[in-house]
Structure formats: structure tokens, C-alpha cells
Write a protein that binds this ligand. Sequence first.
Ligand code: GLN
Length: 357
Amino acid sequence: MKAFLILEDGHVFSGTSIGSAREVISEIVFNTSMTGYLEVMTDPSYAGQAVCMTYPLIGNYGICYEDQESNRPWIDGYIVRELSRIPSNFRSVDTIQHFLEKHDIPGICGIDTRALTKILREKGTMNGMITVNENFDLDDIIPRLQKYRTGKVVEKVTCREKKVLPGKGPKVALMDFGAKRNIARSLNERGCQVTIYPALTTAEEILADQPDGIMLSNGPGDPKECTSIIQEVKKLYDSQVPIFAICLGHQLMALATGADTHKMKYGHRGGNHPVKDLKTGRVYISSQNHGYVVDTETLDERVARPAFVNVNDQTNEGLEYIGKNIFTVQFHPEACPGPQDSSYLFERFIEMMGGTK
Ligand SMILES: NC(=O)CC[C@H](N)C(=O)O
């Protein structure tokens, strides 16, 4: 079946429908990872976005459920050049086609993803529609695309109930704003007892459980949409409990302590983003997925100082909070997909909490 990707600037790509035939409007972003497509699809930070994979052949090693970063795919739509017809992998239990269909997620294949990516890089991230309706009316669709806003998405992806992963080491409270599974796993396999809390849990409730440390997770959407969560994060900042935050968590801590964030032109999504540790000068290759960034000019130097910078575009990649046991990163030390260069940061967090007991 034919499908179309219509961008809000009027570009139309024609390809073949994959997954569900449902029509969807979403923000269109691109990801440059060469592997790890299932981790991307199931990363809750993509809720509210349709993802174009720049790697030209997707699906060749099938779907291995144990690689999922959450219990379902969260992308609004999927855009690929070529979908592998014959996945081959001894661990594979499904195909992308079936996986998307099962979760009612539409997609399009057979389009020039390189041309699409160039448009997004030149004009910036924009909204788009994936549809199988051949009689679409651009005059009707374009104003709808221009008006569309993603809105609040954290509430949609967070867990419904508190959950404990037992461990003999430090007790970590993990705030689930749409956490990738490998954050809890990275802490748990280093001995931590991890309690995962729904995003709207109050600071009082978390602190009453007396955690040794608090982990603020990644998550979808504009950080400024998380108004009530930001107030709770401020209370966590005011407590003396060590805090480590990743991506959305990093942005929320910055907003909670008076700094500002803004939307980037087309964001960072992929597995090869170089970040430099400003203390040591050492560069790590990191996994990234974000469209917003902390404005370093708005940082109060008495509150926080930049700890990491992106080597490609000099944007902020991490903060260290002055006089506090708090550090936060914009990139993903939990990888999945992507390089594991920065997984040592979980060990740094454990040391901040007093080490393994
Ligand atoms: N992976 C994340 O946590 C992303 C954070 C935020 N939604 C952004 O796009 O910048």
C-alpha cells in the first residue's frame, strides 16, 4: 500500500506503508544510529515524535524483545529507507512490520531518508503527517501541521506504580519520567537497590523513603511542560540527598534552579556524539537523544557550572552543582543503543552515595 509523508513546509515524500495504516501527525526527527533500532523505538523519550532512521537498511537483525528499553514502542511513526524483508538473527522473535502493526504504529518506507534529513537539518525539526490517503489536500493539512503541538507527554509514558528492584548496595530512588530500562539495570547490576517512582510522586514521598541517592531519568517532550515536576525537583535539590540526572532529568534540574532551556534546531539523536569532560579534557563518544538544551548563559555561577560540552556544536552536555552532591548529563551513560564510554558515571554516582555497602 502507498503511503505519504507530508511536511509542514509542503514537501511530500511518497513511499510504501509499513506497520499500521492509521494517519498520524507528529514532530519529525532523525536518528543517525547504525544499530539499535529496537532500543530507539522503545525509548519513551521518543513519545510524540516520528523517527526517521538515517541508516539505509533497518530491521536486518529482527526484533529481540529482550533488547527493548521499555515494555512497548513509543514512537508516533517510523520512517526508513529500506526495511529488511528477511531478518536473520538467532535471538530474533519478531519483525518490525509485525511489531509496528501489533502496537498500531504507522510508518513509511522506500523514501529518500537522506533528502528528508537534509531538509530537517537545513530548516530544523518540523511537524509532519504519515498517511495512506492518496487524495490528501495540502491546503487543509499544512495549517494543521503548523498548528500541531506535542504537549505534555511524560504522564503518558511514566510507570503507574512504584516498583522495587532489590539490591544490597545504596538505595536509589529513580524518578521515572519515561526512563529507559538500562538506567535501572545499570544501577541494579552495580548492587544498588532501585525503587522506581511514577513521575508525579511528590518530593516529600520520595524523601520519606530515605534514599541514599536520587536518579532523575530521561523522558519525552519539552522540559518546560513539566511544571509541577520542576517544583518537586527543586525540593529534591534543597535536600542533602546526592542526585544524578540524565537528559530530561538534567534539563528539569536546570529549570528548577533558575536556568533556562531552549529547543535546538534539529537536536542530537544518534550513537556518535563527542562530549568533552571540561575538568580532564577527555572526550567520550556518547549516545544521545534530545531536542532541547540548557542555556549556559542563564546559569547562575553560584549554582552550577558546565561539566561537559558537545565537541560538534559547543552546546551544554552536563552540569555540576556547586556545594551539592549533584551532577547531571545531557547524554546517555546507559547507552542502549550506542557506545558505553560513559557508563563509569554510574560508578561516580555510587561513590557520591558513599560507595557499595
Ligand atoms: N532523552 C531525553 O530525555 C530527551 C529530553 C527532552 N525530551 C529533549 O528532547 O530534549
